[in-house]
Design a protein around this ligand. Structure first.
Ligand SMILES: [Zn+2]
Length: 176
C-alpha cells in the first residue's frame, strides 16, 4: 500500500528537517497501551500537509472513537511537532474515514504476535473479499482457538483461549 505521507524535501524548520523526517519521527512514537507498536505500525499518522506559506498540518486518526490512548498520543505528537516543526504548526484529528485495523503494518502484526497478542484479521488485497480468520495462538500458533470474551485487557482487545495448548490470550479486535 502506498504511504499516505506525501514525499517532499521541503524544510519544515530551522533544524533542516524535511516533511519525510518529521513523518518518520512521529511514526516512531510508541503506542502508550501496547508499547511495542509505533504510530507508524498502527497507521495512525494520515498525512502531513505543508502549505506554500509554510503552514504545516499533521493529520492523525484515533484507532477508534473513545480510545483512551488517543489523548496521550495526541499530546506526544503535538510535543514533537512543537519541537521540530515550524511555528504555528497544527495537529488535526481526522475522524473520516475511521481507522481500520487494515491500516496496521505487517511489521506491527508480527510485533503484536511476538508480544503475545494475536493480530487482527489480515488486510484485504485489492479486489479480494475481506477475510475473517480465527485468532492464531501466540504460544503454539494453532488456529484452533475460541473467543471467550469481547473484553480483553484493553478495550481494543478481546479475550481468547487456545483449544490446543489451553493458553489464554488477547486478540486485537478487527475493526473496519
Ligand atoms: Zn496454543
Amino acid at each position: 500500500m502506498a504511504s499516505p505521507i506525501a514525499p517532499g524535501r521541503q524544510l519544515v524548520s530551522a533544524t533542516m528537517l524535511t516533511v519525510d523526517q518529521l513523518a518518520a519521527t512521529i511514526g516512531d512514537i510508541a503506542d502508550p497501551e501496547i508499547p511495542v507498536l509505533t504510530l507508524s505500525d498502527l497507521g495512525i499518522l494520515r498525512g502531513i500537509d505543508l502549505a506554500a506559506d509554510g503552514h504545516l498540518v499533521v493529520r492523525i486518526t484515533p484507532t477508534y472513537s473513545g480510545c483512551p490512548a488517543i489523548d496521550p498520543i495526541r499530546r506526544e505528537v503535538e510535543r514533537v511537532v512543537e519541537e521540530l516543526g515550524p511555528p504555528d504548526a497544527e495537529v488535526r484529528m481526522e475522524l473520516s474515514p475511521p481507522w481500520s485495523t487494515d491500516w496496521m503494518s505487517d511489521d506491527g502484526r508480527r510485533k503484536l504476535l511476538d508480544y503475545g497478542i494475536a493480530p487482527p484479521d489480515p488486510a484485504a488485497e485489492p479486489g479480494c473479499a475481506l477475510l475473517s480468520m480465527p485468532a492464531r495462538c501466540p504460544r503454539c500458533e494453532s488456529e484452533d482457538t475460541r473467543e471467550v470474551s469481547r473484553f480483553g485487557s484493553t478495550p481494543c482487545q478481546a479475550q481468547h483461549v487456545c483449544n490446543a495448548c489451553l493458553e489464554p490470550f488477547d486478540r486485537f479486535k478487527t475493526l473496519r
